[in-house]
Design a binder for this molecule. Structure first.
Ligand code: KIV
Length: 284
């Protein structure tokens, strides 16, 4: 029974979804047009990126959430452009299929559009990334346009934009009030018209996210933005349960790796102490 349902699910998947050799920004727009949802996860290192790519994830985001989950900072603000490039280069070396998008970190694009372009060029040149992402709407319009003039694809990010956490003061749901919702709609339209190939919407009411996804032709990828968008993104450490301290309502945990890894390490320590490891077969 288990086999049949798995087989049927696979058959349905294969008949509805086109086999994709390499995901590009155009692939994502085509996926939106034919109603196929886009899967996106964060990745920060070679080994994880290799597994995610083998699983056929559509987009890997080298997110500035690396600041939290890889570097242990409380916010995304401290991570540097050099650190982001190092993570991105490792991910790119692992990937054969997924589109790799890299976050422009805080302080690398807000100054002016020339600084934004220089930062984006460094990411594309030094990490050989496929696209960049930056947070904000009207405030970053000029930078988005300038990066695009260099032929660098840009993904927008609206709603809860963690680089502005000290302005927001909380990680609560954004755009619940009419004025903020109207600004978000305006910003989404502006990002589309400027030439962004996709937009991430983070932690906003699902009805508003649905409205944005229907309003723009480019894919809208949600995180805590409901099901009626064109795709979903999660921070991999959260969905794999490596990070146990973060449990927002929108998160689905697929594994409990923290406990599993701790258990394995405890077993290893016990085996070393008791000289159970290495055994006869595990030595030369
Ligand atoms: O940095 C990140 O992980 C992100 C996602 C939350 C979209 O921007």
């Amino acid at each position: 029974m288990g086999f049949i349902s798995t087989f049927e699910t696979h058959f349905f998947y294969m008949s509805v979804h086109k086999e994709i050799k390499k995901v590009t920004t155009h692939t994502l727009i085509e996926m939106k047009m034919r109603g196929e949802k886009i899967s996106m996860l964060t990745a920060y290192d070679f080994s994880m990126a290799k597994i995610f790519d083998a699983a056929k994830i559509d987009v890997l985001l080298v997110g500035d959430s690396a600041s939290n989950v890889m570097h242990g900072h409380e916010t995304t603000l401290p991570i540097t452009l050099d650190e982001m490039i190092s993570h991105a280069a490792a991910v790119i070396r692992a990937v054969t299929r997924a589109l790799v998008v890299v976050d422009l970190p805080f302080g690398s694009y807000q100054g002016n559009s020339k600084e934004a372009l220089n930062s984006a060029i460094r990411i594309m040149k030094e990490a050989e990334a496929h696209a960049v992402k930056l947070e904000g709407g009207e405030e970053v319009a000029e930078s988005v346009k300038r990066i695009l003039t260099a032929g660098i694809p840009v993904m927008g990010h609206l709603g809860l934009t963690p680089q502005s956490i000290y302005k927001f003061g909380t990680y609560e749901v954004r755009a619940k009030e009419e004025a903020e919702a109207q600004k978000l709609l305006h910003d989404a339209k502006m990002l589309e018209e400027a030439g962004c190939f996709a937009i991430v919407l983070e932690k906003i009411p699902s009805q508003l996210a649905k409205q944005v996804a229907q309003m723009v032709k480019i894919p809208v990828i949600g995180i805590g933005a409901g099901a009626e968008v064109d795709g979903q993104v999660l921070v991999s450490h959260d969905m794999l349960g490596i990070n146990k301290d973060f449990s927002p309502k929108f998160l689905r945990r697929y594994l409990n790796l923290y406990d599993q890894i701790q258990g394995a390490v405890e077993q290893y320590i016990a085996d070393v102490k008791s000289v159970d490891f290495p055994n006869e077969k595990e030595q030369y």
